[in-house]
Design a protein around this ligand. Structure first.
Ligand code: AMP
Ligand code: MG
Length: 398
């Protein structure tokens, strides 16, 4: 059996960079930018007033403390001009700095009476509270490289540069399939021997965090039906995510069915707990993930393997995070142990408190965890205060 890092290396080998597409500005949030974005004009495009107050000629500061207000320069008005250097213009944030002025004094440092502004203090200098044309970027300068994750701040830059459309990495078409004759739809009242099919919704939600809208379906524990249905799904979808039916049970038909359908299995079994029977295969351009059915196994494998595949597809590499184990744990098996944890922040450190649970079938305690620490197989006692890689279940920025 292979290790977690060997499995991730295999996944990277089979994940190709995704094709790109043009989407409207409205639909580009939380997508991966696939073009370089340049400034269409200087930023800011004019010498900009940065505070509400008055604009004066700074030379006058040596001579006078009172300025007659000539006019108002509001935001959105064409540039006005100070006619008499001994005077001032009232100016508003976002306005063009009036001609023949170079210093803005905010209202907080003024007393205005009968059309005259008097300075309260003398600590003013040229160019204060002004935002110089082109200081942030010159026209034509690259503002965002291809491969930038589009978060709200990036959307602001796309908006200010007039991008009504933008090139992004296409999202894969994904189908999530639950398997298992014990599963019923969530609106049903299960019989004693049945449970509701929760994994597909967990996976659908995890994909939604990545902005992928996935479809879901259910397949029975029947080899012929699995064969026929998966054959069709392979034609329609880029990615198939399965939960259940990849272990050693009598009804775990997926590995056989995959082989019958010509899917090449690259990973089946990883030295880890939970998620030991994890499976990954490909058929031409299609990728198939088989997550073991226990809820923790499904979610942990999604984060370890699907996200590894997807980051590579987007052309990015995930950030590594580490946290301090906050309680000693022992784990005797020579496997990587993905320990469910609740994280907190103390004295500048991320602390990871183990979430006690009854095993990988315990969905109740899975919901209380923020993520997991991956404890390496080489040791069996892990001391409080040691640092380990942490994976969060819910993290929207890549
Ligand atoms: P399997 O991997 O098919 O052997 O399933 C392992 C365990 O996970 C069994 O107890 C299943 O009932 C459970 N399981 C499988 N699929 C789901 C699902 N979609 N939702 C909740 N539990 C599931
Ligand atoms: Mg099953």
């Amino acid at each position: 059996m292979i290790s977690v890092s060997e499995a991730q290396e295999i996944l990277l080998k089979f994940s190709k960079k995704g094709p790109t597409e043009r989407v409207s500005f409205e639909n580009c949030l939380n997508r991966m930018l696939a073009e370089n974005i340049h400034a269409d004009r200087d930023a800011p495009p004019f010498d900009r007033v940065a505070m509400d107050g008055i604009a004066i000629q700074s030379d006058q500061l040596q001579i006078r403390q009172q300025f007659v207000i000539e006019d108002i320069q509001a935001a959105g008005q064409e540039q006005k001009s100070l006619n008499n250097p001994e005077n001032c213009l009232e100016v508003m944030t976002g306005a063009v700095l009036p001609a023949h002025t170079d210093c803005v004094i905010p209202y907080e440092k003024l007393i205005i009476k009968n059309g005259v502004a008097r300075l309260i203090s003398t600590d003013h200098k040229a160019f204060q509270n002004t935002h110089k044309k082109g200081i942030d970027a010159k026209k034509g300068e690259q503002l965002l490289p291809s491969g930038t994750w589009i978060h709200p701040g990036v959307k602001g830059v796309l908006a200010t540069t007039g991008h009504t459309e933008v090139e992004v990495v296409q999202l894969p078409k994904v189908m999530i399939c639950s398997t298992g004759d014990e599963l019923v739809p969530i609106q049903n009242t299960p019989l004693l021997h049945q449970i509701r099919r929760s994994n597909v919704y967990m996976l659908q939600a995890a994909l939604k965090d990545l902005n992928i809208e996935a479809h879901t379906t259910h397949l029975p524990d029947n080899k012929e039906e699995l064969n026929a249905s998966i054959g069709k799904l392979l034609e329609e979808y880029d990615l198939l995510l399965f939960s259940g039916a990849v272990s050693k049970g009598k009804y775990d038909f997926l590995p056989d069915v995959f082989e019958e359908l010509g899917i090449q299995i690259h990973i089946h079994g990883v030295k880890q707990k939970p998620g030991k029977p994890f499976l990954f295969g490909t058929k031409a351009e299609k990728s198939i993930f088989g997550f073991p059915g226990n809820p923790s196994s499904t979610l942990v494998c999604f984060h370890l393997y699907f996200k590894c595949w997807f980051n590579h597809y987007l052309g990015t590499s995930p950030k590594s995070n580490y946290a301090y184990l906050n309680k000693e744990v022992t784990f005797k098996k020579p496997l990587t142990n993905h320990l469910l944890i609740k994280s907190s922040f103390e004295d500048g450190k991320i602390l990871a408190e183990p979430v006690i649970n009854s095993g990988s079938g315990d969905l109740v305690h899975l919901a209380l965890a923020d993520g997991f620490l991956s404890l390496p197989p080489e040791k069996d006692t892990f001391k409080k205060g040691q640092l380990f890689p942490i994976t969060y279940f819910h993290q929207t920025d890549l």
